[in-house]
Design a protein around this ligand. Structure first.
Ligand SMILES: [Zn+2]
Length: 153
């Protein structure tokens, strides 16, 4: 009879009732829902409030953490009939490759998609909301067109 690799040892001295899985479950949940840094949450909230203040506009926060939302932009909005998808970043952070891919998918489908560090960045982007041919440069936050490139965020 072989032993070793597939040998399973069970410590029968510990009844199941004593084992408490709650701490491990809680740790797993904490990891899965790692909160965004406060500054980034605030920036996203500011942008949602800003878009909500515009006519014919609606915005909601996309909650990360679930598998289906990986890479999806933080802000899901519609402005005057056009889908708007925005990723929020703070400091020197830039969108990850997966986040950029998500923005490109939305842009290819006709959404105005970009990323921001401030409400001003979003204001610049939304100046182009009615120009379907305008292509957002995703290497920069906000808008890098000649009209908006000079403002530093
Ligand atoms: Zn612009």
């Amino acid at each position: 009879m072989s032993q070793g690799l597939y040998e399973i040892t069970v410590d029968a001295t510990v009844p199941d009732a004593i084992f408490d899985a709650a701490p491990q479950r809680a740790a797993g949940k904490r990891k899965a829902r790692a909160p965004k840094p406060r500054a980034e949450r605030d920036a996203v909230a500011d942008v949602i409030n800003y878009i909500q203040s515009l006519p014919h506009s609606h915005a909601r926060k996309v909650h990360g953490g679930t598998h289906s939302q990986v890479g999806e932009p933080d802000v899901d909005a519609c402005v005057d009939g056009r889908a708007v998808k925005l990723e929020g970043k703070t400091g020197y952070h830039k969108p990850t490759a997966v986040q950029r891919q998500a923005l490109v998918r939305w842009a290819d489908a006709g959404a105005l998609a970009g990323w921001f560090r401030s409400v001003d960045d979003v204001r610049d982007l939304l100046a182009h909301v009615n120009d379907r041919r305008f292509v957002v440069d995703l290497s920069q936050p906000g808008c890098d067109c000649p009209l908006h490139a000079e403002r530093v965020s």
